[in-house]
Design a protein around this ligand. Sequence first.
Ligand code: HBI
Length: 359
Amino acid sequence: MSIVSLKSWRILLVSTPVASLGNGFGGGVELSLKNLAQSLQLKGHVVTVLAPEGSVLANAELQTVPGQLQISMQFLDRTEAMCLPDNSVLANLWEKARALQNDYDLILNFAYDWLPFYLTPFFQTPIAHLVSMCSLTNTMDRVIHQIAQSFPQSLAFHSQVQAETFGLSQARCIGNALDLDLYDYCADPQEYLAWVGRISPEKAIEDAIAVSEATGLELRVYGVLQDLDYWERLKQKFPHAAINYRGFLGTEALQQELRQSKALLMTPRWVEAFGNVVIEALACGVPVVAYRRGGPADIIQDGITGFLVEPDSIDGLVQALNAIHKIDRQACRDRAEKEYSLAAHGDRLNSWFQALLPD
Ligand code: HBI
């Protein structure tokens, strides 16, 4: 039973500086932010979103700022220094948050960047940080550890395995959520496999293509073509694979096709913090076959809502697919309703923010 919180808070969500919202280049944080805003509104809180200019967002008040986008952290080496471009949108976002802070009870940071973590003690309004990725660089590790030390209640991660990459196994984990009304359960799938994500080397779609070749099953691919050279190289490498690239689709169009797939393949080379696409698949009744690595390993119940296989093992993926008929698709939907609904997420957010804010 979800509890509507006693007090209505005014919350400012500050988005990622790597992309404007709405075009897929922001990655999982777009869906996380949209659904978190909805979870908070369901609990009676008032949500405003601050994001780079060009952003679009349907379900909350949006303010945007201009400026140069920030380079994605996953493209930096672990020891690389943090750089801000001239007229940095990251700096402009946090200048705007500073100017607006007195209108809000809480500021929630979605950026995986040094600046907002560093600014925590300089603001009068409390800043909470939802860490969107695993440990990637020494500079980010250091500032996150400083916050864990000085403002432990202000940190939350998406999954336990993600928190553990920072050595913070006691930290708060809040998972993620979906508006399950947008996802329709499908009991009788077609014969194709699905793969969803930014097409970029760390997501290792080549393994899913190898599985498509090995099983002869069509692979339908959804997501933004972030690395075009990489995609071209893959098409050369697998000229005969039955790959059907469907583009970056909005939730409605994506779930229409995802729901009819036999299974979702998750082939991350890097440690995913969570795996929004996993809960989207479960919401449609689609079992997930994934490497036992990162966030998906925290979400998938092996043998119940999918299979977790030896990381980087194509054979492991193929064997799991051969047994996919053993998975009850209704159990996948049931799991999503129990753990990943907006109401369940709203309860987790309320208990996080109650620890941060005076009654
Ligand atoms: N890189 N510098 C930086 N800042 C972010 O907020 C960021 C990123 N890379 C990826 C990313 N956010 C999003 O795709 C998250 O959903 C992972």
